[in-house]
Write a protein that binds this ligand. Structure first.
Ligand code: NCD
Ligand code: ZN
Length: 459
């Protein structure tokens, strides 16, 4: 212990102490925002980790000692966003992203929880790695970083990883995925789903039949043919989607489909859901916004798995997200170094940044187009993802007493995306130079502002 030793009790409590306590109590007041972008503007007071009061705009005291005021007239208040598919590259590729830099990107993007995929080096196929990711995320303190555990050892698809150990250790792994690779062996997938059922955890499948994608770098369509790029057919994804839905049906469990990318996948999901099969799916912002006409320039920044498809697929995916056939948005934030992107297209590493641009891309593709209102955005970017992975404290209603995991968004502000200005170590955004609507003004994690006007607030 440091500082002065214990003092002799003085009897009556010292009023000066009380006052000091009062004056250092930190509260946050968000003024003039609209809950889900609906109704009249309100002031929202956050005390400690929870929403303490919601009152008509201009009625809550701004000048209390220790009170931080976030001027939020014209903004939309949403529950903090939840990304169930992100790559933070730590351990192993800290030259492209770290848990620290990725957390900063998440906070700036409005996120309060992210799920870090297992394709790190070493692979997160054991509790030493998954616990490290969890503890490091908590230490950074900008966003809850939930580790995803690998389904199979080394992501090799042959032998199941120790899912039970990861599920019950400190990181409490709730989602398992070999993402980057497909669990293609049907017997291994069946066993993994049976174990997952017993453990009450989720398997998230990167749906790609590898025998159909050998050497593939682009969507198998007219564009790839014209550009001379090896094609990745839709059936490579769809055949696994339907197989895994049928496995879920027969086992009586659930399965989640990562980054749905084709109109056919949408139809299969529609069918599976109509049969009562417990299959959920995510779509990335880039698959909603971009198509394979971007490949014209052979710029490696547009290489991604699954590949950018045709415009008609993007249209089907937007519609499916609006209808709830595709359940949620997930970024598949995938940082890569310059030298891994600025090379021949076929040699470029697949993957794109996503955390800081997601809300804006959704504002552009889903809100501006009238497919979703902001309440709908709360559903697909916070509530549904939290539900799918089983997070009790995220995606909660904006009500008094609820945990203050919040995103304050200015729907009218526009900004121009510039890779070097993003918090990520890497710059590989496919939206470079694009003007997008919707700026995240502030993000709060359990009542603490983690990002305000682009400035990241480390603890
Ligand atoms: C991801 C990556 O870089 O780790 N790449 C990608 O193109 N999406 C892996 C993945 O999500 O499949
Ligand atoms: Zn993937």
């Amino acid at each position: 212990m440091t500082g002065p030793g214990p003092q002799a009790p003085t009897g009556a409590p010292n009023p000066a102490d009380d006052q000091k306590k009062e004056s250092t109590r930190v509260t946050v007041l968000i003024t003039g925002t609209r809950l889900y972008g609906e109704g009249d503007p309100v002031d929202v007071l956050i005390d400690g980790e929870v929403i303490a009061e919601i009152a008509p705009a201009g009625t809550l005291g701004r000048d209390e000692p220790g009170r931080e005021v976030i001027e939020a007239a014209g903004t939309v208040l949403l529950p903090g966003l939840v990304d169930i598919h992100t790559h933070l590259r730590e351990p192993g590729r800290e030259d492209t992203e770290t848990i620290d830099s990725g957390s900063a990107a998440a906070a700036r993007g409005g996120y309060t929880a992210v799920f870090a995929m297992a394709n790190t080096d070493p692979v997160a196929d054991n509790a030493v790695v998954t616990d490290h990711v969890w503890h490091r995320g908590q230490e950074v303190g900008l966003v809850d970083v939930h580790p995803v555990g690998a389904v199979t050892k080394g992501l090799k698809g042959a032998e199941l990883a120790e899912m039970g150990v990861m599920a019950s250790s400190a990181g409490r792994v709730k989602v398992f995925s070999d993402d980057g690779h497909c669990v293609d062996d049907p017997l291994i997938m069946k066993r993994a789903m049976e174990y997952a059922k017993g453990l009450g955890v989720l398997i998230a499948q990167h749906a790609e039949e590898p025998r159909l994608t050998v050497g593939a770098v682009a969507h198998d369509g007219p564009n790839a043919a014209r550009l001379g790029l090896a094609g990745w057919p839709r059936v490579a994804e769809e055949s696994i989607v339907v197989r895994d839905a049928l496995l879920a049906r027969d086992i009586g469990t659930r399965v989640h489909i990562c980054h749905a990318s084709t109109a056919g996948t949408v139809e299969l999901l529609r069918w599976a859901k109509s049969q009562g099969i417990d299959v959920t799916a995510e779509v990335t912002p880039h698959h909603l916004m971009l198509d394979d006409s971007r490949l014209e320039t052979y710029d490696g920044v547009f290489r991604v798995n699954p590949p950018l498809r045709e415009a008609s697929d993007a249209v089907a995916l937007r519609q499916a997200l609006a209808e709830g056939i595709v359940d949620c948005v997930a970024t598949d934030h995938a940082p890569h170094a310059d030298q891994e992107k600025s090379c021949e297209f076929a040699l470029a590493r697949p993957g794109m940044l996503g955390l800081e641009t997601a809300v804006s891309v959704i504002a552009e593709t889903m809100v501006s187009s009238g497919l979703l209102d902001w309440r709908g955005v709360a559903k697909v970017m916070s509530e549904r993802p939290a539900e799918i992975v089983g997070l009790a404290d995220q995606g909660r209603p904006l009500e008094v007493g609820e945990p203050a995991n919040l995103a304050v968004i200015d729907p009218d502000a526009t900004w121009t995306v510039a890779g070097p200005e993003l918090a990520s170590v890497s710059d590989n955004t496919p939206f470079e130079g694009l003007e997008l609507p919707g700026r995240v003004r502030a993000t709060l994690l359990r009542g603490r502002p983690t990002s305000v006007d682009g400035e990241v607030r480390h603890r």
